[in-house]
Design a protein around this ligand. Structure first.
Ligand SMILES: Cc1cc2nc3c(=O)[nH]c(=O)nc-3n(C[C@H](O)[C@H](O)[C@H](O)COP(=O)(O)OP(=O)(O)OC[C@H]3O[C@@H](n4cnc5c(N)ncnc54)[C@H](O)[C@@H]3O)c2cc1C
Length: 391
């Protein structure tokens, strides 16, 4: 079979692969973009509830998890949220800031995929969809990739096949297998931005399914003030998804159900309204069902009947309610993956493997994971752009 020469072959037509291919193509490189799926950018299409939270104005390296917290600095510093926003505006895609710097399309996420495909077309990128990747060879200078009907070769190969979250969308652990084949280490992948499950005594909280409240959730040193949601399996909502990335099995998480209350607020409330109940006091800021469940678990009724010491203790528990999740809802429900191809084996400027010249890894496949809120796409764009500069 004839071998077609390219300057670069990018595996994975998701967020990072589309960006990398488009930029390399526009820099005059002949690029082949390969995906086993029948359409590009499937995760982009379902992201942000169909409106794609495409970046975050507050992008900064400290909003990313990685074994090397400095690794993402170079790429994030050279291709910023403002750069991506300029691209969005050039394509006349209407957008808005929802909250906390999160930028969304006014209309459909389809506009972002269409924009990236336009950019690929402008760079003359060749797109090979429904193309499972067969054998991959490397003779030290050139990579050889077997595709269904042909074999292709290029001096550069980009791993942009993402992480294993949401397998039903075509997500796989392919990136890790390929990286290991070339001698790159992989930091153990775990589901992240994922609901946590509750069992044992805490399963009782599942009866609150559907109840949400603004809380401060924390795991270790990470703290997030956002909504938490009780579900029929445990806990979800943005605050919980955020701490899930930091949570480790068998460790507790803490929830502050009264983030705006002063330390002695229950004693003060007792002095002012001794006949009021804990449930009623809590219901001033929390949904009634949650207020009832918490008051019941604390075993307190009228505040006037409780000693100051008991109320102080109740206040402390409400400000740091410990949950011991028995697991997560796993890769089937995880928005992203923590862990991945080790940054120790990649150059931060080019995302090129230190010991395999010409091999790059970008996007979610790499051990860099952002917070909820557009940070993960910004990493995909920035790492894809950085790799393309090296081609
Ligand atoms: C439900 C959901 C909502 C999300 N919402 C947001 C959001 O609003 N904002 C945000 O910043 N992030 C969001 N994310 C995270 C974001 O989608 C990912 O971080 C991002 O898509 C990663 O980009 P990527 O290019 O590395 O991987 P992907 O976009 O996953 O692309 C990988 C590509 O590789 C292909 N592929 C996989 N295996 C193979 C193989 N063996 N051979 C060939 N091709 C292969 C896949 O088909 C896919 O097209 C969301 C994720 C989910 C699941």
């Amino acid at each position: 079979m004839p071998e077609t020469p390219y300057d670069a072959i990018v595996l994975g037509a998701g967020a990072a692969g589309l960006m990398c291919a488009a930029v390399a193509g526009q820099r005059g490189r002949r690029v082949l973009l390969v995906d086993h799926a029948d359409a590009p950018g499937k995760k982009i299409l379902i992201s942000g509830g169909g409106r794609c939270n495409f970046t975050n104005l507050h992008t900064a390296p400290d909003r990313y998890l990685s074994a090397n917290p400095h690794f993402a600095k170079s790429a994030l510093g050279r291709y910023t949220a403002a750069d991506f926003l300029a691209l969005v505006e050039r394509h006349r895609i209407a957008w808005h800031e929802k909250t906390l710097g999160q930028l969304f399309c006014d209309g459909s996420a389809k506009a972002i995929v269409a924009m990236l495909l336009d950019e690929c077309a402008a760079g003359g990128v060749e797109l090979a969809l429904s193309s499972p990747v067969g054998e991959i060879g490397h003779d030290g200078a050139v990579f050889t990739i077997a595709l269904p009907r042909r074999t292709v070769v290029a001096p550069r190969l980009v791993i942009a096949t993402g992480g294993p979250s949401i397998p039903k969308l075509g997500a796989t652990g392919f990136a890790y297998d390929l990286a290991r084949r070339f001698g790159l280490k992989v930091v153990e992948p775990r589901p992240a931005l994922v609901p946590l499950t509750l069992g044992g005594d805490e399963a009782l909280f599942r009866s609150l399914s559907g109840v949400a409240a603004e809380v401060v959730a924390s795991a270790g040193k990470a703290r997030f003030r956002e909504a938490a949601l009780f579900t029929h399996r445990g806990l979800s909502g943005p605050a919980i998804l955020q701490v899930s990335s930091y949570w480790r099995p068998r460790e507790p998480i803490a929830i502050d159900f009264v983030p705006d209350a002063a330390p002695a607020w229950l004693v003060d409330t007792k002095r002012a309204h001794p006949r009021t109940t804990l449930r009623r006091a809590l219901a001033a800021t929390l949904p009634d069902r949650l207020a009832e469940a918490l008051a019941e678990r604390l075993g307190l009724g009228e505040l006037g009947a409780a000693s100051d010491r008991m109320l102080d203790e109740a206040g402390r528990r409400l400000a740091a309610w410990r949950f011991s999740p028995n697991g997560t809802e796993g890769f089937a429900k995880a928005e992203v993956t923590v862990g991945g191809i080790s940054t120790a084996d990649l150059a931060s400027q080019t995302l090129e493997a230190r010991r395999v010249p010409g091999l790059h890894a970008i996007g979610e496949a790499v051990d860099v994971t952002g917070w909820l809120g557009g940070y993960n796409f910004q990493w995909a764009w920035a790492s894809g752009w950085a790799a393309a500069q090296a081609m």
